[in-house]
Write a protein that binds this ligand. Structure first.
Ligand SMILES: Nc1ncnc2c1ncn2[C@@H]1O[C@H](COP(=O)(O)OP(=O)(O)O)[C@@H](O)[C@H]1O
Ligand SMILES: [Mg+2]
Length: 244
């Protein structure tokens, strides 16, 4: 069964070519039809499916369109062309710190972020200790998040997003900031979610991490889908071209 369908997706960003000096000038240029844009396709005609139970890896150099694709799948961006479909609930861990307020404490942010993800306060209260234990931040609960390292923030984000069983978990580079032990813990938790029926999409610039965990891999190259298939085939082709 397909959990995620990506059908011929293209995503175009418009980059303003000439800077307007002021808002007034911007509107003048706009009504005169003089606004010039450089069109840039971050994704071009990308199609593939992710099946239920897949631990699906997404690889490609920086700027190849991985995060853009995940944002299209999560519904953050509407694609310029094509469509995506997700069957079931989705827990997107896309941008580090999204859904957090850096001026609030970790304790407050657990409630804030949990609410953003759609959990009730009662449910968050019930799971609070699990989240704190998993993220190993008990001693820092009442410290504002701005004093946390990016690794600490990733730990809380991951802990909150995985307290329930989402149908689809999307993890975009979030594990790259944590230490090795925490990475292993996250990998173990992703595998638990999979064992209970979830589907996971993982973006990582560590090919070893992809090879260790994923059964299928898609490779993006400058917005185009270069290859999709079993991990071995795609990763060895990738390593031929982009030696680490
Ligand atoms: N909101 C945006 N506006 C304009 N260009 C963008 C935007 N988001 C991403 N891009 C561009 O799209 C390309 C793909 O970016 P991204 O999806 O973040 O790549 P990756 O996650 O693979 O590093 C990059 O060239 C990036 O600069
Ligand atoms: Mg990215």
């Amino acid at each position: 069964m397909n959990m995620i369908e990506v059908n011929n997706v293209s995503m175009r960003f418009n980059l303003a070519r000439e800077k307007s000096e002021s808002l007034k000038e911007y509107f003048l240029q706009m009504v005169q039809g003089k606004l010039m844009f450089d069109e840039f396709y971050a994704l071009r005609n990308v199609s593939f499916n992710v099946e239920k139970g897949d631990f699906f890896g997404l690889i490609g150099l920086n700027g190849s369109g991985k995060s853009t694709l995940l944002k299209v799948i999560s519904g953050v961006y509407k694609p310029t062309e094509g469509c995506t479909r997700v069957h079931g609930t989705i827990a997107p861990l896309i941008e580090l710190g999204a859904g957090f307020d850096m001026d609030l404490t970790a304790r407050e942010n657990i409630y804030l972020n949990g609410t953003v993800l759609g959990f009730t306060p009662a449910y968050i209260r019930e799971k609070f200790d699990d989240i704190v234990e998993f993220s190993e931040l008990r001693d820092f609960l009442d410290v504002p998040l701005k004093n946390y390292s990016s690794g600490m923030i990733a730990r809380i984000g991951f802990a909150i997003a995985t307290i329930t069983q989402p149908d689809v978990l999307i993890a975009d580079e979030i594990l790259s900031v944590g230490d090795f032990l925490f990475q292993q813990k996250c990998e173990a938790r992703m595998n638990e979610l999979l064992a209970r029926g979830a589907t996971v999409i993982l973006v990582s610039h560590s090919i070893e991490q992809i090879e260790r965990n994923c059964n299928k891999v898609a490779w993006l190259e400058k917005g185009h889908l270069k290859m999709v298939g079993d991990t071995e085939t795609v990763c060895s082709a990738y390593k031929q071209i982009h030696r680490e």
